[in-house]
Design a protein. Structure first.
Length: 521
């Protein structure tokens, strides 16, 4: 690993770690405030609508991945004309995607209130008009992002400067959370709160715009657009849509099948934990695409294979540690988190908690291979994988949900989450057949063995604690228990990796030593 790539990796990782920690803390604060001040059903509405809006925002996801891949080579060659052509095409496509997002949001706003009934904290029905205005207020941030910021974000990320995006995003997030904390205390309506939070996206837009104009003065966003360079955008879109749909499938299918806003709030609180852990994993994956992309375009196959082997080993180790501990801690955490809420008993759902952990682990089993698709730009080749994953998720999730619906909405939701796990496992199998052969050149059996070991290690960490240890009853004891559990999980994972993947572990330690020496200079 060169000094430049190492420096960028360290900068990106540390800044992303800071942002993800901030996002995780802020993400834990806001749902409880929504439940306390506005009720579980309003929070459930916010959870549901957020997932749908996130899915709509994926109109730009394929474009972002395509722009990143297209920019790797001209940025490396410092071909300013080529960079400008791609940036100009990206601007036009982002504007078009912004109008499409706006249209989808308006249509969704009109339909949603007639489909999911919502009551406020006092049990009174919320009017359809109020729900519509609330959804529009929440969707405003997405509209602003398309038209004001997205093209700067992908340019900066493609140049391995993700730390800039992280710091700008953190500034916007902290302001948004401050408003969400203060405004309910002042008695403001939830519509005002969400509208104010949406407008904070402008802070990030201004910061990224100024940075891009200062550090990339040669980029002309109005140059003749190179549309051909982004020809893979629709293929990339299918990959990104699938990833986002899977992450939000529980809330989306739960909305359609159960139509229970209160239950969606329960799902949202449990899912919040795995989202926070995904944020921790992002700390080590941000900037990885551009690093691997640089190795691929430079033809350094051996260096690429070694880097991927080490990354895959590290990623699955982290998944085992985080989700092995989370399987033990998630239910007691939610119990403590919802203490004092009027309908706190509804949040005592251990089966749902375990299934959400299983959903996360099965999703992360394929994540390193997903990153290689983005890095290599082989989006078209995996479109069928995406189709079958979504199809299996919808069929299995909806089928199990409807089958269990007569036994209660909670069991129906558990069936939906189990269906999502089936879709994740199917996609993992598809990726194992494609990525080792077409991208990495590493035997698929090695990746399959690491995935199997990750599942087994997670169970080895969680099972003894779930069977033998009583859950803590206070936040302080829960936190202390969590620290000890993470240490135990780390020891188990390191021992298993040392026994079965010693070469990769030694290489990881060498890389860590190299980075620490560089930081110390």
């Amino acid at each position: 690993m060169s000094t430049t790539r190492t420096a960028r990796f360290v900068q990106n990782t540390l800044s992303t770690a800071l942002y993800q920690l901030t996002a995780m803390v802020m993400g834990f604060i806001t749902p409880r405030l929504m439940i306390l001040y506005y009720g579980s059903e309003i929070n459930g509405l916010i959870v549901s609508v957020t997932e749908f809006l996130t899915y709509f925002k994926m109109l730009e996801a394929g474009l972002a991945a395509s722009v990143n891949v297209a920019l790797y080579e001209p940025l490396a060659r410092r071909d300013h004309q080529a960079v400008s052509g791609i940036a100009s095409a990206a601007r036009l496509f982002y504007n078009a995607a912004g109008w499409m997002f706006t249209g989808l949001t308006v249509a969704f706003t009109i339909a949603y209130p007639f489909f999911v009934p919502v009551r406020d904290l006092n049990g009174l029905p919320v009017s359809h008009l109020s729900v519509m205005v609330l959804i529009l207020a929440m969707g405003l941030s997405g509209m602003l992002e398309f038209f004001t910021m997205a093209r700067y974000r992908v340019l900066i990320a493609a140049d391995q400067r993700t730390y800039v995006v992280s710091l700008a995003s953190m500034s916007s997030l902290m302001l948004s959370t401050a408003l969400i904390v203060v405004l309910p205390y002042l008695g403001m309506d939830v519509i005002v709160v969400r509208l104010a939070a949406s407008l904070t996206i402008l802070v990030r837009s201004v910061l990224l715009s100024r940075y891009a104009k200062k550090h990339y003065p040669y980029v002309d966003p109005h140059a003749p657009p190179n549309r051909a360079a982004l020809s893979t955008r629709w293929d990339a879109l299918s990959v990104e849509l699938t990833n986002v749909f899977q992450q939000g499938a529980g809330a989306i299918l739960g909305t359609v099948v159960t139509r229970d806003a209160g239950l969606l709030s329960v799902y949202g609180v449990y899912h919040m934990v795995t989202v926070g852990l995904w944020g921790i994993l992002k700390m080590g994956t941000t900037g990885i695409n551009s690093i691997f992309g640089n190795l691929l375009v430079s033809g350094r196959k051996t260096a690429f294979q070694r880097a991927y082997r080490d990354f895959e080993c590290l990623y699955y180790m982290l998944v085992s540690i985080l989700f092995g501990a989370a399987a033990v801690l998630i239910v007691p955490f939610v119990t403590l988190y919802t203490h004092g809420v009027t309908d706190a008993a509804n949040y005592d759902a251990p089966l749902l908690g375990m299934l959400i952990i299983a959903e996360a682990v099965t999703n992360h089993a394929k994540m390193p291979m997903d990153l290689m698709i983005t890095t290599s730009g082989k989006f078209r080749e995996v479109r069928s994988h995406c189709f079958w994953q979504i199809a299996l998720t919808v069929v299995c999730g909806t089928g199990l949900g409807l089958l269990l619906m007569p036994y209660g909405t909670m069991r129906a939701l558990c069936g939906i989450v189990a269906g999502v796990c089936v879709g994740n496992l199917a996609r993992t199998v598809f990726q194992l057949r494609f990525i080792p052969k077409e991208v990495t050149g590493i035997a698929w059996q090695k990746t399959a063995w690491r995935i199997a070991r990750m599942f087994v290690t997670t169970v080895l960490i969680a099972a003894p604690c779930l069977l033998l240890v009583d859950p803590p009853q206070r936040f302080f004891s829960w936190a202390m228990y969590g620290v000890m559990l993470v240490l135990y999980a780390s020891a188990v994972t390191l021992a298993v990796t040392w026994l079965f993947d010693r070469k990769a572990l030694r290489s990881l330690l060498e890389r860590l030593t190299f980075m620490l020496r560089h930081i110390g200079r």
